[in-house]
Design a protein around this ligand. Structure first.
Ligand code: SAM
Length: 216
């Protein structure tokens, strides 16, 4: 019944999405400036806002800013957002889009920026990982170090990245699922979604890992 996914997606969008001028402006401005259309879909953005709200998150670290769509979702939920972006053109558009919100955007490759945040002793209530697929495990590893006990690490596009690596779900010792599963610092789950993604034909399965960091 994945074939029905787009219909339910559309129905949910019409029924549940809250109008949001800041997000609408961010999408329009990002499109006008030529950014790729790969921000989280609106219902997922709303999910991130709800999650941050439920957690009472005051600080969110994001890996992969693009035009700041998800950044706005976290900031409007009441968190100060620290977002890492490798591409200066994306960073510039994001700065325009998040104007007036409590957001800092750090320019650089995440694997260079994350150790500096750790050195500074920074801790976040939540880390949202939405950057390149190749470094997913390394990003996750740093994210856990930078998350307070009982905080949450959210790793997007897990199924898409595994499919891209030729991993079809039969296991594999080096899959991101296996690595996270062996990580005693967290309790994690895969939340599967039937959403659209530019890299896979729709309707298809995607999913994100949600991990709670244990006391450390
Ligand atoms: N979170 C954004 C949203 O929902 O609006 C979408 C992020 S987009 C899927 C991925 C972004 O990560 C791109 O802007 C890309 O330039 C950036 N990126 C890719 N690899 C990166 C890396 N190693 N370090 C930092 N940013 C990276």
């Amino acid at each position: 019944n994945f074939r029905l996914a787009p219909r339910f997606d559309n129905a949910a969008q019409s029924a549940l999405l809250r109008p949001n001028p800041k997000l609408a402006h961010a999408l329009a401005n990002s499109k006008a400036k030529g950014l790729p259309p790969i921000s989280v879909v609106p219902l997922s953005g709303q999910y991130l806002s709800i999650l941050a709200g439920i957690m009472g998150a005051k600080s969110v670290l994001e890996i992969g800013t693009l035009g700041g769509y998800s950044t706005i979702c976290f900031a409007e939920a009441g968190a100060k957002v620290t977002s890492i972006e490798i591409d200066p053109r994306h960073r510039d558009v994001a700065l325009e889009n998040v104007d007036g919100l409590d957001v800092e955007i750090l320019l650089g490759a995440a694997l260079e920026v994350l150790p500096k945040l750790a050195e500074e002793g920074r801790q976040f209530d939540m880390v949202f990982i939405d950057a390149d697929f190749d470094d997913q495990w390394e990003h996750f590893d740093w994210a856990v170090k930078l998350t307070r006990p009982k905080g949450c690490v959210f790793l997007d596009d897990v199924v898409v990245s595994m499919l891209k690596n030729g991993q079809t779900g039969e296991g594999g010792s080096d899959s991101i699922l296996t690595k996270v599963g062996k990580d005693d610092r967290v309790m994690a789950t895969l939340v599967s979604t039937a959403a659209t993604h530019p890299m896979i034909p729709t309707p298809a399965m995607n999913g994100f890992i949600m991990a709670m960091v244990k006391d450390h």
